[in-house]
Design a protein around this ligand. Sequence first.
Ligand SMILES: O=C[C@H](O)COP(=O)(O)O
Length: 363
Amino acid sequence: MEAKRTPAKALRDASSVAGGTLSGARLLEPRPTLERPAPARDPHHDGSLERNPGTALDLDVVRALRVNRSAVERRAATIPTRRTVKKQWQAAWLLRAITCIDLTTLSGDDTPSNVLRLCAKARRPVRPDLLEALGVAQLNITVGAVCVYHRYVATAVEALRGTSIPVAAVSTGFPAGLSPLRERIAEIRASVDDGATEIDIVVTRAHVLRGEWNALYDEVAAFREACGDAHLKAILATGELATLTNVARASEVAMMAGADFIKTSTGKEPMNATLPYGVVMCRAIRAYEERTGYKVGFKPAGGIRAAKQALEYEYLMKEELGDRWLKPDLFRLGASALLTDIERQLEHFVTGRYSAAHRHPMV
Ligand SMILES: O=C[C@H](O)COP(=O)(O)O
């Protein structure tokens, strides 16, 4: 076997998963065209983030946003085709994707047992023999977070004690977000009290559909205040917002109100994460950073089940926002079943054979 195909080479390529850059990405041609300016909000000069505090609501900026759907769809269609990564580079990108997964269970039949099994998987997302063969066993790769309903926050926090894996709670009357505001705010506070350090809120879609930007801003700002030190991910439910212009405007308002992340979907809408939504939201994030200096994260979620989709979202981040957005503090993949396919692909890389999905159970 030629040297470049050995697991030892994969070790060197993938070893940057726990550190800064994705080595596999560095070797890709062509180099990304987007040159990022020096971060304006980098107080420690080490790439660590200063949290987005939000800004005043600027309705001129919001109303000026317009999205050309066909241009976005053309751009989105190029993302899977312009760049491919193979072999050890693909393994490195997939390992990177694992570190960005919000490993999720949001089912009506969730129980403490399946949440505990999910947390065990979060701690050890890939079979140890595969990590050994890839030469990355010492990296202690984990997922980005575990995401559950409020009821299971305390269970997950206890199960993940001793790790650095955060627990995220879906909150504010997930998925519809139609319960009274005081109840939605109380739900956030209860999840924070139970140990959630990330809160995935849902916005009132009617505010977006009716152009009630003040109401949307006030709602997200109230949620942000209730979060305290916990990071707020604003789920826009893009599949229910009717137009890409609405997606762009809702993204902008959520960031102005202090969202740390903007997230596409609950996983319960008929249309969940798509690359066109991703293009629109990433461009909103880029414009917000250019205007304010603050970096906001992106979380596509819902229906992301194939390793190939995870790679496409990584290409999107790299091309639209740059390498800094390939780390878990700025990029998450919200997914309940994606890890199964990623582990299968890694096994294929190691053994040359595909195993059945049931050999990589999630819970
Ligand atoms: O936020 C995460 C989503 O709810 C997960 O959706 P999924 O079950 O389609 O992967």
